[in-house]
Ligand binder design. Sequence first.
Ligand code: IPD
Ligand code: CA
Ligand code: CA
Ligand code: CA
Length: 319
Amino acid sequence: KWGKMCIRDRFLEFAISLVQECGQIILEASKERYSKINKIYEKGENPSDLVTETDKIVEELIKSKLNSKFPDHKFVGEETAAAAGKHHGLTDEPTWIVDPIDGTTNFIHWFPFVAVCIGLTINKEPVVGAVFNPFLNQLYTARKGNGAYLNLNTKLPLSSPNPPITLPSSLSQCLVVSEYGSNRSSTTLGKKFRSVHSLMSKPGDVTWGKKNAGLVRGIRSLGSAALDIIQVAKGEADIFWEIGCWEWDVTAALVILRESGGIMVNGNGPNEEPFNILGRKYLAVRGGSSCAGDETVEQSQLRLVREFWNIVEEIDCPR
Ligand code: IPD
Ligand code: CA
Ligand code: CA
Ligand code: CA
């Protein structure tokens, strides 16, 4: 057992060195806005789904360094999958799941929520996660069973000055982070927007007026699913919801979220199926050290999940 823990530590250390090295490359490249290194391509002829030279350079670097260090391990990366034109399953083998730049559109526009994400699964279970935002110089890391940290020394969730973080007792106290994604099919977006509408405004509240209130406090969108999840892990948002992103968007951040006490479940129906990391539908609720009433923290989290599921529409999301 001890040996296993040491190995996993070595994995995290290596992931940290890689995200930091790549963060520097991304920062350097961002200085040359719109120049050759940042040549922008439209993926799959969808002008909302962009990729730059830097995405590709960074993924190749991570892939080759992981391959020399751990030649037996598997690799899943966003740009590698795009180039192969197909998606993979997940085996029990150690598998690195990498998003070289989460928030490519942000990177292109200098909107400072951009992250390099490196996660590792063993037996299909996410065990190591490193997420680095080079623009804000924020490094988020976690190893299963060992807590989650900001810049290696501040434990998550943040709880300054001291009071325990109390879980919201109802959705009406929740700040939600969510994304529109790059799939602009009107059916999918229509369902997403109807869901957002239902969260933001109660049926029947049709006129301007003081009594109008949403079912949640607000919805934010950072343009990086990984950094949205990190907001929940930090305790600065309560719920994350996205339909249509991929395992490379969530795996690294998921380890950090879980180690901060948060949970992740499928984003919508069929609801009671076990969480599927390849399912492209994600709903997360933050952790807390206490909650209102007689419920345990876990019961509160699951109640918020069920309330959320009741509101959002079921959205089909094939691989
Ligand atoms: C995207 C971002 C975005 C989310 C999309 C992702 P990318 O990742 O995380 O916030 O809405 O679903 O594809 O393409 O910038 O790596
Ligand atoms: Ca992308
Ligand atoms: Ca991404
Ligand atoms: Ca990406």
